[in-house]
Design a protein around this ligand. Structure first.
Ligand SMILES: Nc1ncnc2c1ncn2[C@@H]1O[C@H](COP(=O)(O)OP(=O)(O)OP(=O)(O)O)[C@@H](O)[C@H]1O
Ligand SMILES: [Mg+2]
Length: 359
């Protein structure tokens, strides 16, 4: 898949930008700090995913003082041209059109427009809490089809319903609460078992790619293992029953896939606590590279690859190894300097809200 062109209106510090992009090879966006490089990547991502990779709220993306933003793109994917148009109003309304047709909110755009972002914050995938790792797995499950994505959605909804019942119960197990809980527990345990299985399968698939990607990026590669760890033993319905008094007290569900983790062990030690910054960074970029390889295999289409300021975070050897390992589909990289010895197809210079060809 390729993004051939984008137009940004009132998007962050770009009041108007029209940009044609090379369909394959590396485009390097270079410029000093605060000039708008990441905003261009964010604009490209927003044009195809209808969300930012930096902030949860779309309104943040509207240029300060403006009332709306509009982002358009020309995309080529699965053998055909598609155009997208995203509109966000300051009052909170937004729309996303694909070939002029309004998109329904729940549809996964990752399958239609695969894109993978590498950014310094990916370090949290290794060093941060389990929710980011679970999110990554759930995002990948969604590309495996409608049934899988509805399991993710229904589990989340049922969990919210059970939790709100637990809160309303204020620690008292009345007959009413007991009857309703029986319904939620039955549903939640089925969906939870299903979700854990889906996550286990996806962990195996991404794990295979992650080990390969890590050995490509890290020079002295230590043994990396990836295991999905459930937060309960045996039957989930029984585990829910066993934790009922704790759950009632806390007003929340304490076992289930929402408490599971993806364990990353480097040299047999939990990477979250033992890996050095550099090792953790290498695992983080390898996770994104593994995502690229996973999507390529699952969707039979190469994702657009966006690298925001990642090269400068790695030592020279790892940066070169990462750069050489990235498949040469459409790759767009930002940085304050063009690293020596990196072969790029096109260099764009960003300065004072303007962008121009530098090569
Ligand atoms: N909604 C907005 N409206 C106007 N300007 C904004 C908005 N959001 C961010 N900016 C500004 O856009 C400018 C460019 O930000 P961006 O993150 O793209 O910089 P960058 O070139 O990637 O810099 P760095 O090298 O530091 O990462 C910043 O000065 C930022 O304050
Ligand atoms: Mg930046």
């Amino acid at each position: 898949m390729e993004v051939r062109a984008i137009t940004l209106d009132n998007f962050r510090n770009w009041s108007h930008l029209e940009l044609q992009l090379d369909a394959s090879g590396v485009t390097f966006i270079v410029g000093n700090n605060g000039q708008g490089k990441t905003n261009v990547l964010e604009g490209i991502y927003f044009a195809i995913r209808n969300k930012s990779f930096r902030v949860p709220f779309r309104e943040t993306l509207i240029t300060h003082g403006e009332k709306y933003l509009k982002v358009k793109s020309d995309v080529f994917t699965q053998g055909r041209g598609i155009d997208t148009e995203a509109l966000v109003l300051k009052e909170g309304d937004s729309s996303f059109k694909v070939n002029s047709k309004q998109l329904r909110g729940s549809q996964s755009l990752l399958s239609t427009f695969p894109a993978v972002v590498f950014q310094p914050e990916d370090l949290n995938l290794v060093k941060g809490g389990p929710n980011l790792r679970r999110e990554l797995l759930d995002e990948l499950i969604v590309v495996r089809g409608k049934k899988s994505s509805s399991t993710v959605m229904l589990f989340e909804r049922t969990l919210r319903q059970r939790n709100s019942l637990l809160k309303q119960a204020h620690g008292r197990l009345t007959q009413d609460v007991q009857d309703t809980l029986a319904v939620w527990d039955d549903r939640l345990s089925h969906l939870g078992e299903e979700l854990a299985c889906l996550r286990e399968n996806v962990s195996k698939a991404i794990g295979k790619w992650l080990i390969e990607a890590y050995s490509l990026v890290a020079k002295e590669s230590m043994d990396l293992t990836i295991t999905y760890r459930r937060s309960w033993d045996g039957d989930l319905q029984r585990a829910l029953r066993d934790s009922l008094s704790t759950d009632l007290q806390r007003g929340t569900t304490s076992v289930g896939p929402h408490r599971d983790d993806l364990d990353l062990l480097l040299g047999g030690k939990v990477a979250r606590y033992h890996a050095s910054q550099g090792e953790a960074r290498a695992i983080a970029v390898a996770s994104r590279l593994a995502t690229v390889l996973f999507l390529q295999e699952e969707l039979e289409s190469m994702p657009v690859i966006l690298l925001d300021d990642v090269i400068s975070e790695l030592d020279d050897v790892r940066a070169t190894r990462l750069f050489n390992s990235i498949p040469r589909s459409q790759v767009i990289v930002t940085g304050t300097h063009l690293p020596k010895g990196f072969e790029v197809g096109r260099v764009l210079k960003v300065k004072d809200g303007r962008i121009e060809n530098a090569l």
